[in-house]
Design a protein around this ligand. Structure first.
Ligand code: TMP
Length: 216
């Protein structure tokens, strides 16, 4: 059996990547592909616990390097438990966030730099990179507004997971700029979709990118 195909979705909070991931999964299944969906942080039992630790806004004073270590602990588990076995089975794996998120948020946002992130990726993730990364970068102001709305909604419903979304604008600007730098550095892997084109148009572009690489 031939090895599967690994796709990640990236972008700021509120960029619409989870919606696009679901739509791509439906499209792939309609083409007869076997799809495995996962996300980071989370996706495994250990990962879900790490996610709760990381995103609970009551978890104060997480040092940037602690945060970095937890993201990679989650990822190592996700690779071992879900991603690698699925690729070996020949599945298309769709992962909501991966190491580019760590480079953008911890490397850029928390200002730890890219080098430590790429080194940890090499050491702890066997340097497993996606075959394709869809980076959704709607207009910066719009993304920020959507993330804040979601934050306010979560506060009303009592759902936590607010820690990153309550970061300030300068933090998000650094995340945004780092994402753009990653896309410029790796044009073969990363397909950047900018602007607010609407769900169906973005979906069409995502499908085009996948088709071109999978030959379907
Ligand atoms: P999500 O709500 O899109 O799943 O993302 C959870 C948050 O975790 C989001 O604000 C980005 C953040 N994050 C990092 O800071 N570093 C990482 O490596 C990952 C995977 C997520």
């Amino acid at each position: 059996m031939s090895r599967g195909f690994f796709v990640t979705f990236e972008g700021l909070d509120g960029s619409g990547k989870s919606t696009q991931l679901r739509k791509l999964a439906q499209w792939l299944e309609a083409q007869g592909k076997h799809v495995t969906i996962t996300r980071q942080p989370g996706g495994t039992r250990i990962g879900d616990r790490i996610r709760a630790l990381l995103l609970d806004s009551g978890t104060e004073n997480v040092a940037p390097r602690t945060e970095l270590g937890l993201m990679f602990s989650d990822r190592a588990q996700g690779i071992a438990e879900i991603i690698e076995p699925a690729l070996e089975r020949g599945d298309v794996v769709l992962c909501d966030r991966y190491t580019d998120s760590t480079e953008a948020y911890q490397g850029g946002g928390r200002q730890l730099g890219s080098e430590i992130v790429l080194q940890l990726h090499a050491d702890l993730c066997q340097n497993l990179w996606p075959d394709l990364t869809i980076l959704l970068l709607p207009d910066f102001e719009r993304s920020l507004e959507r993330a804040r709305n979601r934050n306010a909604r979560n506060a009303r419903t009592g759902q936590d997971e607010n820690r990153f979304e309550s970061e300030d604008e300068r933090f998000y600007r650094r995340v945004y700029d780092t994402y753009r730098a990653i896309a410029a550095r790796e044009p073969g892997r990363v397909v950047m979709i900018e602007g607010d084109e609407g769900i169906e148009e973005v979906h069409r572009r995502v499908v085009d990118a996948v088709r071109a690489r999978l030959g379907i």
